[in-house]
Design a protein around this ligand. Structure first.
Ligand code: 5GP
Length: 118
């Protein structure tokens, strides 16, 4: 299974302001910033401010306000892409290649993304 939350992970450090990010949006419950290695013209990460490793942890442990806050931030960030479309991805655990053990939502768009292969 997934490890317990590591308070020194890179997104925790971004939340604490120890590491800079290109901020897109900040709300009470969420922070959105540009991915450092974008896979599409728009590649934004949206993270909850609370400490959750995975989508499952977030979905089962966060309050209703945090869950709504996160997904409303995703919607806000994705709004400029609505005309052309976009993709939302959440990686969870080893087989997904999840790199950063703080739950995050990828929003990708700005080009045809192709058929999702895996
Ligand atoms: P994962 O594979 O965990 O779903 O995705 C982690 C994402 O975080 C990757 O797309 C990677 O480029 C991005 N990333 C890793 N370190 C940093 C960082 O220090 N700053 C930013 N803005 N993005 C990062």
């Amino acid at each position: 299974g997934l490890p317990p939350y590591d308070t020194t992970n890179i997104f925790a450090r971004i939340l604490k302001g120890e590491i800079p990010c290109r901020k897109v949006l900040e709300t009470e419950h969420a922070l959105a910033f540009h991915d450092i290695a974008p896979q599409a013209p728009t590649h934004i990460l949206i993270i909850p401010k609370g400490s959750y490793v995975s989508a499952s942890d977030f979905s089962t442990q966060a309050s209703a306000e945090e869950v709504a806050g996160l997904w409303r931030a995703v919607a806000e960030v994705a709004k400029p892409l609505e005309a052309t479309g976009y993709r939302i991805i959440c990686n969870m655990g080893m087989d997904s290649g999840q790199e950063v053990p703080h739950f995050h939502v990828h929003v990708l768009g700005g080009r045809p993304l192709g058929v999702m292969v895996a």
